[in-house]
Design a binder for this molecule. Structure first.
Ligand code: SF4
Ligand code: SF4
Length: 370
């Protein structure tokens, strides 16, 4: 059966039909009847790495938080710590980064909680009994919340192809151990020595100390330490790290989906998803930069079905014109797969197919304009 996916257009001609107003209407449609007064509502976000500006604007988060409060919920803004060494690696740095990006009380009236604690170790094991895992570790504050409201900036992703709601929940609600479980053995960097300029960026960002500079000042890998997180690939400025022969994106995507299954398992009806198809960059907001959009801004989607909303997001991106002044490098017509064009080793459809296979939702959807 087809699921409803609400669509909030970005068109607005006067103050009586603002995008913010229609976003609030969409949020009410998703929350009314499901959110109970007194519910602790985890508003799952990505606060953006320092240097990135593609994350969801606080003004949108405020609008949604206001609806949660109207309905008697107790919202808190949340995310988990990163594996890689950046500005969201522990709760102290993560909270400062969130405030730096405008997610403080003056802009959004909801407290900040880093869901997996000070160092990313606070989690609850959830039994899933699926193909890859029997149990998955889900960040405590997300697991203990009464309601999970997922707000996702949709974009490409270097290892998963698509960074949508499934990725935001699967990777983003897992503790550090869960992130390692998803990445393990999915990627081993291959260094093209002729392209390496010895800048050490990969070494600085590797969470495992698995990279070094050799006697010729070229990067080398200690395979026994590598957990396959692919952060080195993201940070290398010269393309010296080759993903073509070593990435196992399908495996990563399936593991991610099993973590999403764990995060949603005990929530039942108490979930809602909002996907923001704005500033659709080729890479995720973990990058300390934000690249030009690969397609024009599209709108905001809302659904209770995590599979339907991601399928609709990918379809809308691929139905749009691809922009030449982006990582695509040329104009691509509607119908061509822009996500696969920017990450040809990470074919995004697997996460959606597998999520549908294990019963997380439906790939069939009906778009309903709000
Ligand atoms: S993929 Fe391996 S070498 Fe690269 S950053 Fe991750 S752990 Fe380090
Ligand atoms: S980031 Fe790239 S260029 Fe810099 S040292 Fe690592 S592999 Fe070499």
């Amino acid at each position: 059966m087809a699921s409803t996916v609400y669509f909030v257009s970005l068109r607005a001609e006067n103050e009586h039909s603002t995008v913010l107003g229609r976003l609030k209407t969409c949020a009410r449609k998703l929350l009314e009847g499901k959110l109970s007064s007194g519910d602790l509502v985890a508003v799952k976000l990505h606060f953006g790495e320092r240097g990135n500006h593609g994350f969801i604007r606080p003004v949108f988060v405020r609008a949604v938080v206001e609806v949660v409060r109207e309905l008697g919920g107790k919202p808190f803004l949340t995310d988990t710590n990163t594996l890689y060494t950046g500005f969201r690696h522990n709760a102290f740095d993560h909270l400062e980064t969130a405030l730096f990006h405008g997610f403080g009380y003056p802009a959004v009236p909801a407290p900040l909680v880093i869901a997996d604690g000070l160092r990313g170790k606070d989690h609850r094991e959830v039994e899933v009994n699926l193909r890859h895992f029997r149990k998955v570790p889900i960040a405590s504050a997300i697991q203990e919340a009464d309601f999970l409201l997922v707000m996702t900036h949709v974009k490409g992703h270097i290892e998963a192809g698509l960074g949508g709601a499934i990725k935001n929940v699967g990777m983003g609600c897992a503790s550090r151990v869960g992130k390692q479980m998803q990445h393990g053995g999915t990627f081993l960097p291959e260094i093209r020595k002729e392209k390496c300029i010895g800048c050490r960026r990969c070494i600085l960002h590797c969470p495992q100390g698995a990279l070094f500079l050799d006697e010729h000042r070229k990067a080398g890998v200690r395979p026994e330490l590598c957990i396959g997180c692919a952060e080195c690939l993201l940070f290398c400025p010269t393309g010296a790290i080759d993903a073509a022969f070593s990435a196992k994106s399908e495996l990563l995507q399936e593991r991610m989906v099993e973590h999403a299954f764990g995060a949603l398992k005990e929530k039942g009806e108490k979930v809602a998803f909002l996907n923001f198809l704005l500033d659709i960059s080729p890479d995720c907001d973990c990058a300390p930069w934000h690249d030009a959009s690969i397609v024009p801004d599209i709108g905001i989607l809302g659904s209770s079905d995590i599979v339907a909303i991601d399928q609709a997001s990918a379809d809308l991106i691929n139905k749009a014109w691809g922009l030449e002044n982006s990582k695509l490098g040329k104009t691509l017509p509607p119908g061509e797969d822009k996500l696969s064009a920017v990450h040809p080793t990470a074919l995004w459809q697997r996460q959606i197919d597998y999520a549908a296979e294990i019963g997380l939702g439906s790939k069939a959807y009906v778009l309903e304009e709000v």
